[in-house]
Design a protein around this ligand. Structure first.
Ligand code: NAG
Ligand code: NAG
Ligand code: NAG
Ligand code: NAG
Ligand code: NAG
Ligand code: NAG
Ligand code: NAG
Ligand code: NAG
Ligand code: NAG
Ligand code: NAG
Ligand code: NAG
Ligand code: NAG
Length: 541
């Protein structure tokens, strides 16, 4: 919540003439490099950035509900980082830049970490989530928590993307009532509107890639194990992974550089296949010639066929292949996934997630140092959800909880192992990894709407970049619940690069080389834009 004292600190002044902004980057699109250069030149401070971004959040929150809480310590942290800068101490390229993180990533401060549920309001953690600690160490200012599909979309069969009991319904900014997608809904909307330099989301299957593509931003879904999950509210240890959501590939690369790496609290990170001294440099990977001579596959059988309604996305995708070729890529057609029909039929992923959810959630809850509602298990969460009115049960049911609780085995049982092995085959030899090997590919490229699943079941990385937006004659259609506009004119879509485990460095390069040649984000504009700029706050302290 934004408290009254905080609101009084913000000067709500609306944009004067654009020309006066010449010396300040405009926040809708300001990059890390631009923001840092202005800080370095002494044109504004990190305190000014906090003030400006909070002002922008307050301008649009009552319409879009994308931020759940603002960090009351953000101002003092900014001041401290400004003082460090004044003394010549820079923690790194993110020094003094505000970021927003999803409301399932814990911080050991005043902010709550709830996955959107009232059951966890007031609960305390023993320390910051590892990636939150890494962001702070890199000099980023954690500005607040973004709204999400409650429980990262693992509660209900009839809720809506971007809705949580705590944070209400998040909307996208490209059409009134836009379905923001999920579950990292608020992170997508916030990065897109320039409410922070960048944001963090988490993905189990689609929760970074989908809201990134539908909010006109870049999303990096890292390999499971590249970024620690310690003290992040889980769904599945086999598939969960936190990653950057930002306006440009390079900004996302800066964030990934800060949060990647081994963590004794998450032993999946011990699978990282390089020593610290030879770790990839995701920012340096952003080169214009990254696609030169690279073999990029197109798995046509996973992409489907062009229909009247999918035509805008298909046409943009075909045009993108031409751009990739002109950037030096070798496009290899029909690198099909041999077991794709079996994958579409398979229930193995649901089994893996259901079997992980109970034990993984209990392990998170066991770490709480204060647990006011005494919530210790998925059973407790379900019971709370069904009895607490703000959770809107039964209008929003608990079908995902019910399904996981109905399972009569856990993630250490033979039944689980069979399902997990099926996934590793369907996404591996029968899917993405098989195609990479058979056709000797560096990556595949697909429309982002079908990018997540095949990589999710093997824990593989995906990067999405803006590709276009639906045309003005698109017929408006709602989501299943009927409370959001899921298809409408101007709703953005993306293109994704997917590759082998740990191939982020290549994927980031490919995405950058494509982005720089197209700059689609600049051509697609939100209908609602906050007006506060750095200009309006400079000198207010
Ligand atoms: C800082 O502001 C000055 C004008 O006061 C402008 O000339 C300069 O380009 C700005 N520097 C940066 C890095 O934004
Ligand atoms: C966390 O939740 C408590 C209880 O509702 C509230 O008083 C507090 O303001 C919240 N923290 C923030 C930073 O909003
Ligand atoms: C969805 O779009 C329709 C048509 O433009 C509009 O009337 C309606 O208010 C929108 N829905 C929401 C939830 O804003
Ligand atoms: C990883 O950690 C989990 C929980 O902390 C533990 O149950 C598991 O045995 C560990 N696995 C390995 C390979 O160390
Ligand atoms: C790949 O899939 C496409 C679309 O289903 C199909 O037209 C094509 O014949 C397939 N190619 C191969 C080599 O399997
Ligand atoms: C998919 O399921 C349908 C219906 O059960 C079945 O007819 C079909 O053979 C299955 N396809 C594959 C590839 O398993
Ligand atoms: C379920 O929730 C209700 C209301 O919060 C509570 O009174 C009851 O003790 C809970 N039952 C169990 C089994 O936890
Ligand atoms: C959601 O599902 C529950 C359980 O089936 C049902 O009672 C409720 O009416 C449904 N809500 C909507 C909006 O369809
Ligand atoms: C679990 O349930 C399935 C059917 O739902 C049954 O075949 C199986 O024997 C059960 N397993 C155990 C360990 O109870
Ligand atoms: C929208 O307009 C384009 C170009 O005029 C046309 O090709 C397309 O069929 C139209 N789409 C719809 C859904 O009417
Ligand atoms: C501009 C605006 O409506 N801001 C609102 C943001 O949310 C807080 C807390 O709900 C309101 O007090 C503000 O008015
Ligand atoms: C920061 C902020 O204003 N968050 C708002 C998010 O949406 C919920 C529900 O609509 C509001 O209660 C919060 O104030």
């Amino acid at each position: 919540m934004v408290s009254a004292w905080l609101l009084t600190k913000v000067f709500v002044v609306f944009a004067p003439l654009a020309s006066v902004y010449a010396q300040y980057p405009l926040l809708l699109d300001a990059t890390a490099d631009e923001l840092a250069a202005g800080l370095e030149a002494g044109n504004y401070t990190s305190l000014d950035l906090v003030q400006a971004y909070v002002g922008r959040i307050i301008e649009v929150n009552s319409t879009l509900h994308m931020v759940v809480e603002i960090n009351p310590d953000a101002w003092s942290i900014a001041k401290e980082l400004d003082e460090e800068r004044a003394c010549g101490k820079l923690r790194g390229p993110l020094h003094g830049l505000p970021v927003l993180i999803k409301n399932n990533i814990a911080t050991a401060d005043e902010m709550n970490n709830t996955a959107g549920s009232w059951s966890l309001i007031g609960a305390k953690v023993p320390r910051d989530a590892t990636i939150a600690a890494k962001l702070r160490k890199a000099g980023a200012i954690i500005l607040g928590k973004t709204n999400l599909s409650q429980w990262a979309n693992y509660r209900s069969s009839n809720s809506s993307n971007g809705w949580s009991a705590q944070g209400g319904q998040t909307y996208g900014a490209y059409y009134p009532g836009q379905d923001p997608s999920g579950s990292s809904s608020g992170s997508g909307v916030s990065a897109s509107l320039g409410l922070a330099f960048g944001t963090i989301g988490t993905e189990t299957d689609g929760s970074i890639i989908s809201p990134s593509q539908l909010n006109n931003i870049v999303g990096i879904k890292p390999t499971v194990g590249l970024t620690s999950r310690s003290l992040i509210i889980p769904i599945s240890e086999h598939q969960d992974t936190p990653g950057p959501m930002a306006r440009t590939v390079k900004d996302a690369a800066y964030i990934l550089q800060a949060i990647a790496g081994p963590d004794p609290y998450d032993n999946y990170t011990s699978a990282i296949p390089w020593a610290k001294s030879t770790a990839p440099d995701y920012v340096a990977a952003c080169t214009l010639d990254a696609l030169e001579g690279k073999r990029i596959g197109v798995p046509r059988n996973a992409i489907g066929t062009r229909t009247r309604s999918s035509a805008p996305i298909f046409d943009a995708f075909e045009a993108a292949l031409t751009v990739l070729r002109s950037a030096g890529a070798i496009i290899v057609e029909n690198t099909n996934y041999t077991a794709y029909d079996e994958y579409l039929n398979s229930t193995a992923e649901g089994t893996v997630l259901d079997a992980d959810f109970g034990p993984n959630l209990a392990a998170y809850l066991a770490q709480l140092t204060y647990n006011p509602q005494d919530i210790n298990s998925l059973e407790d969460v379900r019971n709370f959800t069904r009895n607490f009115p703000a959770e809107e049960y039964p209008s929003r049911d608990t079908a995902e909880f019910d399904e996981a609780l109905a399972l009569n085995f856990t993630n250490t049982s033979p039944e689980f192992w069979a399902a997990y092995q099926e996934d590793l085959y369907l996404g591996g030899e029968g899917g993405l990894l098989g195609a990479l090997a058979t056709y000797n590919l560096d990556a595949v490229v697909v429309p982002s709407q079908i990018a997540s699943g095949i990589s999710a079941i093997i824990g593989g990385p995906v990067v999405t970049v803006p590709l276009g937006a639906l045309p003005s004659n698109t017929t408006v259609q709602t989501n299943a619940r009927g409370n959001l506009n899921a298809t409408a004119p101007n709703i953005p879509f993306g293109i994704s690069f997917a590759g082998a485990l740990w191939s982020e460095e290549s994927l980031v390069g490919f995405a950058y080389a494509f982005e720089q040649r197209t700059m689609v984000r600049q051509k697609v504009k939100p209908y609602l834009v906050p007006g506060i700029e750095i200009e309006n706050v400079v000198g207010s302290f």
